[in-house]
Design a protein around this ligand. Structure first.
Ligand code: UDP
Length: 322
């Protein structure tokens, strides 16, 4: 297939690009590099079935080459990023999604929307099932992301209902792995970065809030299966193994081999207290479930960040000398 991947220079987008190329597909990658990075795709330069276009999908975007699938992974996704870019976040979920759906419609292509567990807001149902409509503050600081994704889901369903487009919606829960930005503010890169530097781990609130962390290769496998399925309603993709943020901080300390202290900071507004996906639907429909446990996933992620930090340290003296 010829696949158009928006947000391909991002963390999940770049891993998905790798996987789809490895499966033999041709990929046109699009990104405006607002939060993504060319470095995430640098290893693909010169690949015969890969092409990168720097493009903001919210601007006039006339893509006139036939495609078989459009995969929409374009959006700031870390709270720090979307709080810094609320307008871009709303636009990419609204105008960006509309532009990509129009391309899929023009070529009668499949369309996959990367949505989010944030659609459930601070959930009152636990674990979260796809039929739960959520508890989102529509005017709070996180609303730019939550409502943007909820609108994108509604638009995707409308394109399916009106035009019969073959659409899929993935509700992605916390995902981690190599290529996350060390400074994107999310808990996994933040704790690893802090632990590797021997700095205190910054736990927000009392650390009793929970999350469920999915390793990126598992998530990508889920996306690939979903993309080929006939399920039009949202499907949760995430790891159902839930831990508190304080337990996670201890896990990172152990995995890095440091005992740096924990520093408690105020809990951000509307920070969800609990999050765990019910993945019964993905298990049943896609035969999918995560395979990589937190210990192994952390080991792989820490190794990647260690390497990046060592490479950065070895470049620095040369730059200073220049
Ligand atoms: N968090 C934390 N310390 C940090 C960054 C995040 O304690 O340095 C907490 C945050 O308050 C939230 C959880 O970790 O409860 C996950 O935050 P993240 O930003 O990774 O993603 P979210 O799940 O909130 O979208």
């Amino acid at each position: 297939m010829h696949l158009l991947i928006a947000g391909a220079a991002g963390f999940i987008g770049s891993h998905l690009t790798d996987r789809l190329l490895a499966d033999g597909h041709t990929v046109t990658a699009v990104d405006n590099l607002l939060t993504g990075s060319r470095a995430n795709l640098a290893h693909l330069e010169g690949h015969p079935r890969f092409r990168f276009i720097e493009q903001d999908i919210t601007k006039n975007f006339d893509f006139d080459e036939p495609v078989d699938g459009v995969l929409h992974l374009a959006s700031p996704a870390s709270p720090k990023d979307y709080l810094e870019h609320p307008l871009e976040t709303l636009e990419v979920g609204a105008v960006g999604t509309r532009n990509l759906l129009a391309i899929a419609h023009r070529f009668n292509a499949r369309f996959l929307l990367a949505s989010t567990s944030e659609c459930y807001g601070d959930p009152l149902v636990h674990p979260q099932v796809e039929t739960y409509w959520g508890n989102v503050n529509p005017v709070g600081p996180r609303s730019c992301y939550d409502e943007s994704k909820r609108f994108a889901e509604a638009l995707t369903m409308a394109y399916h209902r009106v035009w019969g487009l073959r659409t899929n919606i993935a509700r992605i829960f916390n995902t981690y792995g190599p290529r996350m930005k060390l400074d994107d503010g999310r808990v996994v890169p933040s704790f690893i970065d802090q632990a590797l530097r021997g700095q205190p781990l910054t736990v927000f609130g009392d650390g009793s809030q929970t999350r469920s962390f999915c390793y990126v290769s598992d998530l990508v496998e889920g996306l690939c299966r979903l993309m080929l399925s006939d399920e039009r309603y949202p499907v949760n993709l995430g790891n159902p193994s839930e831990i508190t943020i304080l337990e996670f901080a201890n896990g990172v300390q152990k995995a890095v081999g440091t005992d740096c202290r924990i520093e408690f900071r105020p809990l951000p507004q509307d920070d969800p207290k609990k999050r765990r996906p019910d993945i019964t639907k993905a298990r049943t429909l896609l035969g999918w479930e995560p395979k990589v446990g937190l210990e192994e996933g952390l080991r792989l992620t820490i190794a990647h960040f260690r390497e990046k930090m060592t490479a950065a340290a070895s470049v620095r003296p040369a730059q200073n000398a220049g």
